[in-house]
Design a protein around this ligand. Structure first.
Ligand code: APR
Length: 239
């Protein structure tokens, strides 16, 4: 695989747009493709508002199991490289569809979570937010007695307007967007690479498989996050 390294200082504003494939080498299952979460679970039963109203306990159990599985997962070198770049370059932002918190655990801070986080629950009555840490047993009810809802954008939910506005603003002014591990089938997130391309950013895709959006990237690296990111940013490889 012939991968031309990138000099980060050649770019003013860098965006990493990540999906579930970014976490695959950490042992976190993707949603689609072989062994995907939606091949094992029916999202209509565990990942939408209607399922939560119908059977909150089952929905909470599904999310608690995913949090528990994450206790055995560690960020991989690709996460660390992105984290290191944020420290060495003045304007690096991660716009992630992932809810697993692995970018945070790799030290990244400038993160926009388009689809929320497994590590937050909010009261379904008052909206009060509860933050969970790795390994912590998740409560199911708020102190007020109402069910706690995972603070996640489920199928059929609208994204949080402020989150979309911040992501759109940054994608609209970046000069490098690197999409890592997304199938680009869930909107509006899937529209961000096109927005970057339309405003003149250099667009790079990292994915072992071609996607519906591969046509719009200047470069598509058909490889994994853990092998391509170190080759793209050899100077950011942390020990
Ligand atoms: N490195 C990079 N990409 C990978 C790797 C890897 N090691 N392994 C798999 N991939 C790619 C797959 O080829 C696929 O294109 O990652 C992509 C994962 O796609 P999805 O499972 O559809 O995940 P994602 O694109 O993040 O899904 C978007 O859908 O279910 C909703 O809200 C959920 O945020 C999620 C959204």
């Amino acid at each position: 695989m012939d991968i031309q390294p990138i000099t980060p200082t050649d770019y003013r504003t860098i965006v990493f747009f990540t999906g579930a494939g970014m976490s695959a080498e950490s042992g976190v299952p993707t949603y689609r493709g072989r062994g995907g979460i939606w091949a094992k679970y029916n999202w209509q039963e565990v990942a939408c508002e209607e399922a939560f109203r119908r059977n909150p306990g089952k929905v909470l159990e599904f999310h608690a199991l995913r949090r528990q599985q994450l206790t055995d997962c560690q960020p991989h070198q690709g996460h660390s490289i992105i984290g290191a770049l944020e420290n060495s370059h003045p304007d690096v932002t991660i716009i992630t569809q992932n809810i697993d918190g692995l970018h945070q655990r790799a030290g990244s801070q400038r993160i926009i979570e388009l689809h929320g986080s497994l590590w937050r629950l909010r009261c379904s009555r008052e909206g009060k937010v509860y933050h969970l840490s790795l390994g912590e047993k998740s409560p199911v009810r708020c102190q007020c007695g109402a069910w706690l809802r995972p603070d996640i954008i489920w199928f059929g939910d609208c994204l949080i307007p402020d989150v979309v506005q911040r992501a759109t603003e940054i994608v609209g002014r970046c000069d490098l967007l690197i999409a890592v591990g997304t199938s680009a089938v869930v909107w509006p997130a899937a529209g961000f690479p096109q927005l970057a391309r339309d405003q003149g950013a250099q667009c790079i895709e990292i994915n072992p498989e071609a996607t519906e959006m591969s046509f719009l990237y200047h470069v598509s690296h058909q490889g994994s996050a853990g092998e391509v990111l170190p080759a793209l940013f050899p100077d950011a490889i942390t020990a």
